[in-house]
Design a protein around this ligand. Sequence first.
Ligand code: GSH
Length: 222
Amino acid sequence: MSSAAAAKPILYSYFRSSCSWRVRIALALKGIAYEYRAISLIKDGGEQFKDEFRSVNPQREVPVLEIDGHQLAQSLAIIEYLEETRPDGASLLPKDAHQRALVRQVSDAIAQGIQPIQNLRVLNHVGDEKKVEWARHWINHGLAGLEALLAKTHGKYSVGDTVTMADCTLVPQLYNARRFKVDLSQFPIALAIENELIKLDAFKAAHPSAQPDCPESERGTQ
Ligand SMILES: N[C@@H](CCC(=O)N[C@@H](CS)C(=O)NCC(=O)O)C(=O)O
């Protein structure tokens, strides 16, 4: 094993970042130990904008995973990399091509369709007066479509009865929806899946309230 492959992976993360949370779940499901490096998205205008972070991710966002001598960004690309390089342990993408496409479809619906419109920098641009209404509107819109998709794909979890990358994206998005007071009772399928997922140790370990950079006042609030 090369020294790069032997080094402990480093995750640049913010406890409340839903994109970082996806990767934390995947790492936990695969049983990969890592060093946690906190990047506060709010302190001093955001540590993602500091000069030191530019070389880590010029897109100025988390997560970034340093692994095998690489610096990888984009949560779904990271999870797919973990899947391809660490096939042992939990498998986050099904072998069957159609099932795999469904997992990517659900994941993309959240990661490309919902989260970007309610990302911090977008909300900051929308402004304090409108940002809550904006986020609630777009999350609501996105989750309505997602619920219809899940009606076709779900079993115990988002796609069938095995935990996949789709589940890594679902739980953090529902947490964001709650922050913006979206009425989740409209989405019973998503809620039932979440109810199963939060029983799992990997999901507990990856929760914002269990991260080293979670403020004391929010600890243990899972
Ligand atoms: N598509 C990227 C999105 C990454 C992203 O938007 N990260 C957010 C936190 S969830 C961020 O760092 N935002 C910083 C900002 O908006 O300034 C991914 O899936 O990793």
